[in-house]
Design a protein around this ligand. Sequence first.
Ligand SMILES: [Zn+2]
Length: 226
Amino acid sequence: MVTSEQYLGLDDSKLVNFKDCPNRMQVHNADRDALKALVMLVEDAATQGFELRVASAYRSFYKQFKIFDDKFKGKRSVLDEKEEPIDISLLSDEEKFLNIIRFSAIPGFSRHHFGTDFDIYPINLLPEGKQLELTAREYDKGNYFYPFGQYLNLRMQKFGFIRPFNGKGLIAKEPWHISFKKKADEFLQAFNIDEALEYLSSFKEPWVKYAVAYAKEHYKELLVKP
Ligand SMILES: [Zn+2]
């Protein structure tokens, strides 16, 4: 049974640790079943010439809260719909909020809290000296991750993965974000909007009231919950 602490990213005790690559020694947390499926996908991708890496797996409520708050305070860059950095300092609090949610989940409303979702990329296709962007344009036809996007289209379902953010809903397209559907659905089923809103409402940062109102109306689209 999935608890509210688990779907809100407040309890990582059921998750397992893994390192995506011994050289980089980056440690992630994830759901055990999702990780097993990911390992199979990594092996399959390798046979097709893709050296898959994980940019992000489980993210706690507090981590997501900090990311959001840093963007609101101008400590982290915010991107416009063309994925270009924008100066939000002159915007109203509500406008800042609306710009941030384009690419950042509201804390408590992120599938990364589940441990079933991963942001991945093929490190061997990233041009030398280029920083990973995690933008949709990296996957555009002719761009460096395009072949990997095509590979995922063909193969990810075989291992139980879907891409929840396909650009058809409220959230911008995220070709790098994959979800282990079977397990993620258990979290989505357990998800209770009243509990999630009550917890988020307990914070007093100036953007929280906008986040609560927005999440109340749009939580199904934010989580891609059937
Ligand atoms: Zn993601």
